[in-house]
Design a protein around this ligand. Structure first.
Ligand SMILES: [Fe+2]
Length: 301
């Protein structure tokens, strides 16, 4: 990576990134928090595409959540997008052609073996040491290495952010070695939110995800920005299920167990968690996120 790219990445990551929860963690005064949240959410409200996905009320009709890429056209249909808007969650099975799934597996093989790294990583993969009980290898690469995943990413970002946004691409390999259930971890295996501003995560798994391999659990429709949502953020201390106002969210929960080669999309300004590992097992998951490249400037202009 050349110096200019390094500097640009640093500024994107540290200065311009979409505001997270740091301000709220540092300020307990409710009026200050209200001002901060309302300022940024009013900017978000002005974005036409955010209106549909984050501000428009949920319609109570039950929407299909899981779709198959049956025609192999790798295109998102209006039905899929409407479901995403309503539920905050969309699952696409048979998502990628087999050759691209195999390419991604080769990346995970390097993370799993943890000895030589010859794939197109942007920097050397490492263990972020977030978990005590689970070992993790995190590798970061460019979306340009995966043609069809990139095509989904372009369609989704155009639809949600109103323009094509290049995502950060993280490949996370988790390995759990114990023969009893993993302990709960704040910010991961508690139901929590990532940020108060609209936030989307796209996940791709080359392998089946079962109840034993730490699936995502999502509180359907909890991404919609309404009075309950605002009140929760004005008061929250932990940004998770242990906060008093979490009880206001009486929505259905969905555990995302999926067959191999599935892609799913979740709005993680709504409540979600990684389910705890039950027993020794492993999970390989690709994460796409947009908050570095769709950033403060996009909100302010
Ligand atoms: Fe999260």
């Amino acid at each position: 990576m050349n110096l200019l790219t390094k500097i640009r990445n640093y500024i994107n990551r540290k200065v311009l990134k979409t505001p997270g929860v740091k301000f709220l963690q540092q300020n307990s005064d409710k009026n200050m928090r209200k001002k901060h949240i309302n300022f940024w959410l009013n900017r978000a409200r002005k974005k036409k595409n955010f209106q549909k996905y984050f501000f428009q009320e949920v319609n109570n009709q039950k929407n299909q959540i899981t779709f198959k890429n049956e025609s192999e056209n790798y295109k998102l249909s209006q039905k899929m997008l409407d479901s995403l808007s309503n539920n905050g969650l969309l699952i696409i099975e048979d998502a990628l052609p087999e050759f691209e799934r195999n390419q991604i597996i080769e990346y995970f093989d390097e993370l799993k073996n943890n000895n030589k790294f010859e794939k197109k990583w942007l920097k050397k993969p490492y263990n972020p040491n977030f978990y005590k009980e689970v070992s993790e290898m995190l590798g970061i690469t460019s979306i340009k290495n995966f043609e069809f995943l990139n095509s989904y990413s372009k369609q989704l970002s155009k639809e949600i952010y109103g323009k094509i946004v290049e995502p950060t691409v993280e490949l996370r390999y988790l390995k759990y070695d114990k023969d009893c259930e993993e302990e709960k971890v704040r910010g991961a295996t508690y139901l929590h939110t990532d940020r108060f501003l609209p936030h989307v995560k796209v996940y791709y798994t080359p392998f089946e995800i079962t109840m034993n391999t730490a699936p995502l659990e999502y509180v359907l429709s909890s991404h919609k920005i309404n009075d309950d949502y605002l009140n929760f953020y004005y008061e929250t201390k932990n940004f998770d299920e242990t906060d008093r106002l979490f009880n206001k969210f009486k929505f259905e929960k969905k555990v995302v167990c999926v067959p191999k080669n599935s892609l799913y999309v979740a709005f993680t300004n709504g409540f979600h968690k990684r389910t705890q590992f039950k027993n020794n097992d492993e999970r390989s998951l690709v994460f796409l996120q947009y908050v570095e490249r769709f950033n403060k400037i996009d909100y302010l202009i």
